[in-house]
Design a protein around this ligand. Structure first.
Ligand code: UP5
Ligand code: MG
Length: 204
């Protein structure tokens, strides 16, 4: 469990909405540690001796959600390591640790569990655009990404999971007044400008 010096912002949005791209940009402006749940799962999938390799691979290919115990453990470990790393260097400027948790929580049970047992999120940064735009971006990326889920069949499944499991999470945080929505249809620069404004407002 992390105390109230740690600030967590969940970054959500459909597959290909631009979560990872925007998080990377926000890290440059604000002193965030960016943790992508998908990247952590892919690293675990390829870690030699991991007992979860096959499970993670199947879930990612089918666009389904890896059991939360696995993902939460990976996130918690990565957060702990980041806090230690920061202590070892000069630390966070104002003593407050800032995390962007990208692509998580994707399902209500994960949201409640993480908020309660790791750290409650202060806000949700929600990137939105049409499925048409997301599909186009992912197919384009698929030409070079090597990601096993950047093909039309997997992408369609990811969209279904997103609508069925993740939208309820966004609506839940919306009911708590925690969601800041950013249209991510425009260029990376334009979206970044809007996202920066939103993050500034969160820290006010
Ligand atoms: N691009 C980005 N922004 C652009 C812009 N404004 N204009 C033009 N192009 C833009 O962007 C996608 C592509 O679009 C890139 O090529 C980029 O250059 C371009 P990116 O920033 O990567 O979008 P992102 O929203 O991060 O898309 P990603 O594919 O990562 O989203 P997913 O949510 O589908 O993938 P994630 O890695 O989070 O999860 C993968 C799988 O892991 C899940 O399907 C699931 O099986 C599993 N998972 C879990 O089980 N649990 C978790 O908690 C998390 C993941
Ligand atoms: Mg991503």
């Amino acid at each position: 469990v992390f105390d109230d010096r740690i600030i967590v912002i969940y970054v959500l949005g459909g597959p290909g909405a631009g979560k990872g791209t925007q998080c990377a940009r926000l890290v440059e402006d604000f002193d965030f540690v960016h943790l992508s749940a998908g990247d952590l799962l892919r690293a675990e999938q390829h870690r030699e001796g991991s007992e979860f390799s096959k499970l993670i691979q199947d879930c990612i290919k089918n666009g389904t959600i890896v059991p939360m115990e696995v993902t939460i453990k990976l996130l918690e470990n990565a957060m702990g390591e980041a806090v230690e790393r920061k202590k070892g260097s000069h630390g966070w400027e104002d003593g407050r640790g800032r995390f962007l948790i990208d692509g998580f929580p994707r399902k209500m049970d994960q949201a409640l569990k993480f908020d309660e047992s790791v750290r409650a999120a202060s806000a949700v940064l929600f990137f939105t655009t049409s499925e048409e735009v997301m599909l186009k971006r992912l197919l384009e990326r698929g030409k070079t990404s090597g990601r096993e889920d950047d093909n039309e069949e997997s992408i369609k499944k990811r969209f279904v999971t997103y609508m069925e499991a993740t939208m309820p999470v966004i609506n839940y945080y919306r009911s708590l007044g925690k969601v800041a929505e950013v249209d991510s249809t425009a260029s990376v620069e334009e979206v970044h400008a809007k996202a920066s404004t939103v993050v500034n407002a969160i820290f006010k």
